[in-house]
Design a protein around this ligand. Structure first.
Ligand SMILES: [Zn+2]
Length: 468
């Protein structure tokens, strides 16, 4: 698939190049340089939970926006505990009546231990065609290119037909308190017709570097964890009895292992499989189209469920992730507990999932606890104008590339915006191979070719969605 796309891209770039005046070329290259310098400076600030460094990054960005001509009153830094959110409003031309559009990303990162990395994670390093550093992909790339695009539009005197709002959260990787504060307490500052969240979805490259597809996340599964505990009076281990907390829990977990939640589908997941099927060779692609068309469905489901990449698209999944039991080598266990992490299909609900787990484990003596406060959110509606605008921004680089709606199995800031009634479309302008995916992991990287192209895509997309 798409073997000619790289060549199209090159030809398209070469064809356009002479058409750009040198002044326009300067604007383009200076905005790319701006994005790169913001990326370099932001990677150097270790915005990890507990370090209290997010405010430093927010003040640095505030300075950049002020220097680019944004009004002080349109840049807000909103403290929440030891972190902050940053909101920048790009004012519409006078007389605008349409609701704003929100663009969001996050400033915090998952920690990286310098001793484990090949290069210093908090220094942007360019090597072998890649940028390396903690956050180069997740999510400081988006912070940098979105900021630099706003600055470029300002420098060009662009006047949108509706306000554009940039919101950067400060604890997406942990508590998401800044996101919740934005969605609820500071709603007036960020209220929008819809949000584009630049932290998920995006372009997939094959291992040989050809573009395969571009996905936009429109829904997220609900993240919920439950602790299940078996209790027992215990006693001396030299006097064993039939009742035993560890055995009770183990038997319950074996029942969970054998259980599968019912297959679920939605307009969104059917559309995802329908569009992904032709991109995937062999039996798997065939299983996707059979699933959508209802042919040999049982067989299709069996194959799809055997693939970790697709099992979550077919319904709720719950899996045991933590275990703790007993208190002494020579004592009968007084308690045994397991944590079960679930990714719940939109619409099913946390309570209903807990009821199912209780039925499956079928032991009334087990005690259950819902951990944290899971947040449920329904899928956002399909908005053709968003998909069309994304296609118009991507296709100059990758003609005809399929733009595919998707349900994410993980959670992002979109969860809280969506739960607060703001439809969200999550996309990243990064195109990468599956083998280059190192977000949250060691030696996080992004291919350098993404930077100029992402600046072009965001520039086109933001103008497209904010003109009339
Ligand atoms: Zn992220």
């Amino acid at each position: 698939m798409g073997c000619k796309r790289g060549i199209y891209y090159l030809v398209a770039m070469l064809c356009w190049w002479p058409l750009l005046s040198s002044a326009a070329e300067n604007v383009v290259s200076s905005s790319q340089n701006k994005a790169l310098s913001i990326l370099r400076d932001s990677i150097a600030i270790r915005t990890v939970e507990g370090y209290g460094k997010v405010p430093e990054l927010a003040h640095y960005l505030q300075k950049q926006f002020l220097a680019a001509g944004f009004d002080q009153q349109d840049i807000q830094i909103l403290p929440v505990a030891d972190t902050v959110a940053l909101v920048v409003r790009y004012r519409a031309r006078p007389g605008a009546t349409q609701k704003p559009i929100l663009l969001s990303a996050h400033m915090d990162v998952v920690d990286a231990l310098p001793q484990d990395w090949l290069r210093d994670p908090y220094t942007l390093i360019e090597e072998d065609g890649y940028f390396f550093g903690r956050g180069v992909a997740d999510n400081k790339f988006a912070v940098s290119v979105l900021s630099a695009t706003f600055m470029r539009l300002k420098a060009e005197g662009y006047q949108p037909a509706r306000d554009l709002i940039l919101a950067f959260s400060g604890d997406e990787e942990t508590q998401m308190l800044t996101t919740q504060a934005l969605a609820i307490e500071h709603r007036a500052l960020i209220d929008a017709e819809y949000a584009i969240v630049a932290d998920g979805g995006g372009g997939l490259l094959s291992e040989s570097g050809e573009a395969v597809s571009f996905t936009i996340d429109m829904a997220e599964k609900t993240y919920a964890s439950f602790r299940v505990t078996a209790s027992n009076p215990g006693g001396h281990s030299s006097l064993p009895r039939k009742d035993n907390a560890i055995y009770d829990l183990a038997q319950a977990l074996i029942k969970l292992d054998a259980f599968q939640f019912p297959v679920m589908e939605s307009e969104l997941t059917r559309e995802f499989f329908r569009q992904t099927a032709p991109l995937i060779d062999g039996e798997l692609g065939k299983a996707m189209s059979n699933f959508v068309q209802g042919r040999n469905k049982e067989q299709a489901i069996k194959l799809l469920r055997s693939k970790p990449d697709y099992v979550g698209t077919l319904g709720t999944t719950c899996v045991a992730t933590l275990l703790s039991a007993g208190h002494a080598e020579n004592a009968l266990p007084q308690s045994a507990s397991a944590t079960i992490n679930c990714r719940i299909f939109p619409g099913v609900g946390v309570e209903a999932t807990l009821d199912t787990l209780k039925k499956v484990m079928a032991n009334k003596a087990l005690q259950w606890q819902v951990l944290d406060s899971p947040k449920e959110s329904d899928a956002s509606p399909m908005r053709k104008e968003v998909f069309d605008a994304v296609a118009r921004s991507i296709h100059p680089y990758f003609p005809d590339l399929p733009i595919i709606p998707h349900m994410a199995s993980g959670a992002s800031d979109a969860l809280h915006f969506r739960a607060a009634g703001i439809p969200c479309y999550t996309l990243s302008t990064i195109f990468q191979k599956s083998s280059d995916e190192f977000a949250h992991g060691l030696n996080e990287r992004v291919a350098v070719h993404n930077l100029p192209r992402s600046m072009g895509i965001w520039y086109a997309l933001i103008k497209d969605i904010s003109q009339e």
